[in-house]
Design a protein around this ligand. Structure first.
Ligand SMILES: Cc1ncc(COP(=O)(O)O)c(C=O)c1O
Length: 357
């Protein structure tokens, strides 16, 4: 069967060329005489590829050795707790900008560790925007401000890196490496790989050395970031890291992150232009908070939404149903979602409206 245009929110579409390369290497990786998932994580082959992956992150983000790049397990969700455990010190406050379900979960986990403050929230208006940083009520005992750069479920995204005057911790799971990042604003950035940068199974954590220096003694070994920054402590998720290296190489082959952003903005505009053309499609996000990764919208009735999803499938456009908590339609158009797929969806939207509007 041919590949369909897959708008899954995650795990999401990966570049076909990356999948082909992995397929071709499946039985024997380079000179290893075995696949990459059958050799030691301390072998020269794996050591080389993990260092290459780190090099790609450094090249793409323009960062040096002051940033440690870790490949951890437990998904982005473990990072909700682990970030607080490491950085929410006694007498300090963890500030959270609650822009959706994931941010709320992050704050709930931090509460298990210490004091938290909801610095801003978009809950009252159904998480249809990212609150303006000038309105945030950041604690004067703030250890960090935690943000979710892109809200996968609601389809909102910060237009720029906010500057709350305190280092930020960012859950970048659903827009990592989709655009340039002002790294100076952050102490730690984490992302589950399974949307923009690889398969499920690895959470990539970038942490700055001065943040590592704040970590107290006595944390459980595996939950202390310094354990992983110091050395390869235990078996990493080798296959996921192997795929991440390939995806990053693919990103670099298309230019820098500014070029990636241009392509993503153009793809998103194809859908938002369609949404804005008439009242038939109603975008969930306010225009100044729109995500160029997850485009969320409603049709006039739930019946029409169900028909839209079903009919789209017959055109080879799949995984368009909105998250169960919000309903409607969600088109996830991550880095690897090809422009032709987005064009096909925009054209389907026009046809569906013509027949049902
Ligand atoms: C923004 C965001 N954060 C966290 C998560 C949870 O990631 P994981 O399943 O890797 O724990 C998701 C998953 O969709 C997400 O979109």
């Amino acid at each position: 069967m041919d590949r369909l245009f897959n708008f899954s929110a995650g795990p999401g579409t990966l570049p076909a060329s990356v999948l082909e390369e992995a397929r071709d290497e499946m039985l024997a990786y380079k000179d290893a005489g075995a696949s990459v998932i059958e050799i030691s994580h301390r072998s020269p082959q794996y050591t080389e590829l993990v260092e290459q992956a780190r090099g790609h992150f450094r090249d793409l983000l323009g960062i040096g050795d002051e940033w440690k790049i870790l490949f951890l397990q437990g998904g982005a969700s473990l990072q909700f707790y682990q970030t607080a455990l490491n950085f929410l010190g006694e007498g300090q406050v963890g500030d959270y900008v609650v822009t959706g379900a994931w941010a709320k979960k992050a704050m709930a986990e931090a509460k298990l560790v210490g004091e938290t403050n909801e610095a801003a929230s978009s809950a009252e208006t159904g998480h249809d925007h990212t609150p303006d940083p000038s309105t945030w009520q950041v604690s004067d005992r703030s250890a960090y401000v935690h943000i979710t750069s892109n809200n996968t479920i609601f389809g909102t995204q910060f237009a720029n890196d906010p500057d709350p005057g305190v280092p930020m911790i960012c859950d970048a799971s659903s827009d990592f490496l989709s655009r340039p990042i002002n790294m100076d604003r952050y102490g730690l950035i984490y992302a589950g790989a399974q949307k923009n940068i690889g398969p499920a199974g690895v959470a990539v954590v970038l942490v700055r050395q001065d943040f590592l220096d704040r970590i107290p003694e006595g944390l459980p070994t595996l939950l202390d970031y310094r354990t992983h920054a110091a050395k390869l402590f235990h078996t990493p998720p080798v296959f996921a890291v192997y795929m991440v290296e390939k995806v990053l190489r693919w990103i670099k082959s298309g230019g820098d992150l500014a070029a990636m952003k241009r392509r993503n903005d153009e793809k998103a505009a194809l859908l938002y232009d369609r949404i804005d053309a008439t009242d038939f499609y109603r975008g969930h996000a306010r225009t100044n908070s729109r995500s160029n990764m997850n485009v969320t919208f409603n049709l006039p009735t739930e019946e029409l939404e169900a028909a839209f999803v079903a009919e789209a499938k017959t055109h080879g456009l799949v995984a368009l149903k909105g998250h169960r908590s919000v309903g409607g339609i969600r088109a996830s158009i991550y880095n690897a979602c090809p422009r032709e797929g987005v064009e096909a969806l925009a054209s389907f939207m026009a046809d569906f409206e013509a027949s049902n509007g």
